[in-house]
Ligand binder design. Structure first.
Ligand SMILES: C[S@@+](CC[C@H](N)C(=O)[O-])C[C@H]1O[C@@H](n2cnc3c(N)ncnc32)[C@H](O)[C@@H]1O
Length: 232
């Protein structure tokens, strides 16, 4: 069984396509994809030898050594374009994910799908992807163990754009039908309010505090209006 984050990543994989899992750790996602016959060709890559040996042991135990190749690689540096259609980069910071994509010479190909799950700096990642011509097609927010994540399905379109702050904070989450949509949006609004409260305490930053309060209010506008029954 995958956790909710990785299960959301698995749902974005195109059946029958070649998959590459960057930062695979225990290779849970590659094993799930093969076991459920979503794909028969996966590269499980990691920059560190220790997680990679855990991955090898898990793959062997599951009997998938023929379908899953392990690879020691910093990001996508050890992988050729023809070896991967759907690239998963999950469980890392948004800045590292952005660096991995932007340093890959073949990432700017509309045939490739990137499935990205940043643990932090999701807004930075959305900004950076948009600036470099990558579009987020869909997002699936996930709430798990008190944490909130969003999984992006993204592709190079060549249409570079500058996102406004609100779009970078919520991405395509408002359009999602995930049961975790509202929890993700509320979490982001609460986060903006906490920043505003912190700034208000240092008197001089009142204007900036107001800016964050407005952002929080704009995010809350994306939430369903409370019905009569919720108020009573
Ligand atoms: C927290 S684990 C995430 C495991 C799994 N992808 C998940 O989401 O549950 C992060 C993994 O990324 C690997 N990693 C960190 N930087 C990397 C890089 N530049 N290239 C490939 N793997 C990297 C780490 O060694 C570690 O195994």
């Amino acid at each position: 069984m995958l956790d909710l984050r990785l299960a959301a990543c698995a749902r974005f994989i195109r059946p029958g396509h070649k998959v590459c899992d960057i930062g695979t750790d225990h290779a849970y996602l590659p094993c799930f994809l093969v076991k459920n016959q979503i794909t028969r060709q996966v590269i499980a890559a990691d920059v560190n030898e220790k997680p990679l040996s855990c991955a090898r042991a898990h793959i062997r135990e599951q009997g998938f050594s023929e379908q899953i190749r392990t690879l020691l690689s910093d990001g996508l540096s050890g992988i050729r374009a023809e070896e991967a259609d759907d690239i998963v980069i999950a469980g890392m910071g948004g800045e590292l994910i952005a660096r991995i994509i932007l340093s890959c010479p073949w990432a700017k190909d509309p045939q490739k799908h990137f499935i990205l799950q940043p643990m932090t700096q999701a807004d930075f990642l959305r900004h950076t992807l948009a600036r470099h011509g990558f579009s987020i097609l869909k997002e699936e927010p996930v709430a798990e163990n008190g944490h909130f994540y969003s999984v992006f399905l993204c592709q190079w379109t060549g249409e570079a754009q500058e996102l406004d702050e609100l779009s970078a904070l919520v991405g395509k989450v408002p359009q999602s039908s995930s049961p975790h949509r509202d929890a993700y949006l509320s979490f982001q609004a609460d986060r903006m309010e906490r920043i505003a409260d912190g700034l208000s305490r240092s008197q001089k930053q009142n204007e900036l505090a107001e800016h964050y309060r407005t952002l929080a209010a704009d995010i809350r506008k994306l939430l369903p209006k409370p019905g009569k029954d919720d108020i009573l």
